[in-house]
Design a protein around this ligand. Structure first.
Ligand SMILES: Nc1nc2c(ncn2[C@@H]2O[C@H](COP(=O)(O)OP(=O)(O)O)[C@@H](O)[C@H]2O)c(=O)[nH]1
Ligand SMILES: [Mg+2]
Length: 328
């Protein structure tokens, strides 16, 4: 997972460590020279001996290379700028303890990334316990994995002892209702549907009523994800929110999205995203979209999905994600 980004970060750590070593050798040489020539005026020595810390000029070229690598790894430009600025600040003021350069440099990267990903968490189980039925609406671009994710979340919540109903509110895409129906049967949860072309807000409304009548804990609503350049979609989503007042609005993002992650985050951000799910981590080399979307939306990642099976879902742990990126 994320081998591309891992390799690039490792490369950066190696290059900066090498630079630190070079500076150390350089400063030793000057010290020796000063001793040999027996220059005793202390102030002059201090001037001559280069400090064992990196200067802006030392690190800037490496940071520029890193920035290009980050962008190639799907980190948006504005996010790469933040990381670059953080690292410049910490590297030029770093005090070197010999043998600990790599650890220090990694700690700086860790801090910068954690800063992006450390967002207030959503305690889903607690929220559901406090409000029933609890309505979660999933939205996101076509093919991002909404329907599959809903099935996984339904299974996850069922395993925790909650009763769920799925609302087939993607009434636009061919076969979407049947797709969700198959999942509902397999997992053993209820499904509320209407005909294709029906008003999605009404489908979700029905599902809420069904949940109230049957004492079901959670309503998981699928939505259409047709091209977001389509004006109708935004209107449709806004109506869903207005009519049904979801307890949680979840944006599903395909982690392979690339450059478009910024646009998707900004577009769907307009409806008010509460949490994000990233899919397809199992086939993702890059990993940058996770940083991009978190930085732009400042909303927590609820789950990450890494496969097509019902159990290929887990709670996101920022520390684990970063540790994985920086492990040897
Ligand atoms: N490898 C992999 N494929 C996934 C994952 N999540 C979804 N998919 C696949 O992505 C495709 C689109 O998913 P779907 O749920 O229909 O997306 P939707 O259009 O947003 O509802 C399907 O073929 C899914 O099986 C994942 O985490 N890993
Ligand atoms: Mg779908």
């Amino acid at each position: 997972m994320f081998d591309f980004l891992k390799k690039k970060l490792k490369n950066f750590v190696e290059k900066i460590s090498k630079k630190v070593e070079d500076k150390d050798v350089e400063s030793k040489k000057v010290e020796e020279k000063v001793e040999k020539e027996n220059v005793k005026r202390k102030k002059l020595i201090e001037k001559l001996v280069p400090k064992k810390i990196l200067t802006e000029d030392d690190v800037k070229p490496f940071l520029e290379d890193l920035q290009i690598d980050l962008i190639e790894a799907d980190v948006a430009y504005e996010v790469s700028e933040k990381i670059k600025k953080d690292l410049l600040g910490s590297l030029v003021s770093m005090e070197i303890k010999k043998g600990e350069e790599k650890k220090l440099i990694k700690d700086f990267i860790r801090k910068s990334l954690f800063d992006i990903l450390n967002l207030p968490k959503v305690d889903l189980v607690k929220e559901i316990q406090n409000k029933k039925p609890y309505l979660i609406v999933f939205f996101g671009f076509n093919g991002s994995g909404k329907t599959t994710t809903i099935a996984k979340v339904a299974k996850y919540l069922k395993d925790k002892g909650f009763k769920c109903v799925l609302a087939a509110a993607d009434t636009f895409r061919a076969a979407s209702i049947e797709q969700l129906e198959i999942h509902a049967k397999k997992i053993g949860v209820d499904l509320v549907k209407q005909k294709y072309g029906a008003d999605p807000a009404a489908v979700i409304f029905d599902a809420k009523k069904h949940a109230e009548a049957k004492r079901i804990d959670v309503v998981l609503a699928d939505t259409s994800g047709r091209s977001y350049s389509n004006e109708n979609l935004m209107e449709e989503l806004k109506k869903i929110v207005r009519v049904n007042k979801p307890d949680l609005k979840v944006l599903v993002v395909d982690s392979l999205t690339g450059n478009d992650a910024v646009n998707q985050a900004k577009y769907f951000g307009e409806i008010g995203v509460d949490a994000v799910v990233f899919t397809k981590l199992d086939v993702n080399e890059k990993g940058g979209a996770i940083l991009t979307v978190s930085y732009i939306l400042k909303k927590p990642i609820l789950f990450v999905c890494n496969g097509q099976g019902y159990n290929d879902i887990k709670e996101f742990d920022a520390k684990e994600f970063i540790d994985n990126l920086l492990e040897e």
